[in-house]
Design a protein around this ligand. Structure first.
Ligand SMILES: [Zn+2]
Length: 159
């Protein structure tokens, strides 16, 4: 999936959580959701986050390869561990983890799948897969946008 779909998925999911659960500061949760949506692609130098941190991206890619460690439950747990120790804002922590979760689901819906159980080398993919950048991805992007508008309306009472 492309960076903008990952960002939109992070925004959609965190907006929904903010609308349903008002324990969170919505703006922090949603901004963190967008960021979390692209964090796993640090393993890929051409990604939005990889271009921002080229050295780190190169190191991660060289050590682990693409869509392995950073697309695993292990990495998600490690991030949760690090964030809860260094970030003193539960909205930011939750948002990042939600965004990362949506990333894993979206990448698992592509043909290459992900190494969700890294270091085990099993490839996990959903029963129905699509290719990155195709018509299906555009539809997914559209649906995510509609979901975001729906919950943002719920959150802010626009209408
Ligand atoms: Zn990815």
């Amino acid at each position: 999936m492309t960076g903008k779909t990952h960002i939109m998925a992070g925004i959609a999911a965190s907006t929904a959580v903010a609308a349903i659960n008002n324990d969170y500061e919505a703006s922090w949760l949603i901004a963190a959701g967008a960021l979390g949506g692209i964090i796993p692609d640090i393993c890929h130098g051409g990604s939005k986050i990889g271009r921002r941190f080229p050295v780190l991206s190169k190191v991660v890619n060289t050590v682990f390869g693409h869509r392995t460690f950073t697309h695993s439950l292990l990495f998600l747990a490690l991030m949760a561990f690090i964030l809860t120790r260094f970030v003193d804002n539960s909205s930011i922590i939750t948002g990042i983890l939600i965004g990362m979760g949506t990333h894993l689901v979206l990448d698992a819906s592509t043909k290459n799948g992900i190494k969700l159980l890294y270091p085990a080398s099993i490839t996990i993919r959903l029963p129905i897969t699509t290719k990155t950048g195709g018509t299906v991805e555009n539809i997914v992007l559209l649906v995510l946008t509609v979901v975001t508008i729906y919950y943002a309306n719920h959150l802010l009472n626009f209408f």
